[in-house]
Design a protein. Structure first.
Length: 165
């Protein structure tokens, strides 16, 4: 089965700073769709799947973190899974997976602390967010290790090595 992903990229970080992003929109689309297809999912292959990826700053993600999680601080990534909400069953050709929001400022600090490029950290966070959209969670250490293992495999599938510490 092959799944089609329609990615809506909201670059509120690099575009506002007139900087070239480390990952272009075409690559984001390619990577996320490849990941969707590499996971053992039981989705309807006749439908297309949609998600939004928002690249932003600490202030913006802090607002979301406070509004939805009651934590008044920035974070690296937030995921809002549409499949977790109770919507009536509609016969549509596409399924909205949800939104992933990444703070590039936090990702940049983390990349610097870990000694790897920003591009790798953004991919790591996007893979984490995508897994949340698809129903994975990490309420305990065992679940977290499973997600980390999956993320490592997802990045390897596109030629990147991430050493989680």
């Amino acid at each position: 089965m092959t799944y089609h992903l329609e990615l809506y990229l909201e670059d509120l970080y690099f575009s506002q700073r007139q900087e070239k992003p480390p990952i272009n929109p075409k690559k984001w689309q390619e990577y996320l769709e490849k990941w969707l297809n590499s996971l053992d999912l039981k989705l309807d292959a006749q439908k297309s799947y949609e998600m939004t990826l928002r690249l932003t700053d600490d202030e913006d993600i802090q607002n979301f973190n406070y509004q939805f999680r009651n934590k008044n601080q920035p974070t690296d990534v937030l995921s809002f899974a549409a499949l977790e909400t109770d919507f009536p069953e509609l016969e549509l050709d596409s399924v909205i997976l949800g939104d992933v929001i990444i703070s590039v400022e936090t990702a940049s600090r983390q990349a610097q602390q870990l000694g790897h490029p920003l591009q790798l950290e953004l991919l790591w966070l996007a893979s984490h967010g995508l897994l949340h959209l698809l129903g994975w969670d990490h309420p305990d250490e065992h679940s977290l290790q499973e997600m980390i293992s999956l993320q490592t495999s997802l990045l390897a599938s596109i030629g990147y090595h991430y050493q989680y510490t």
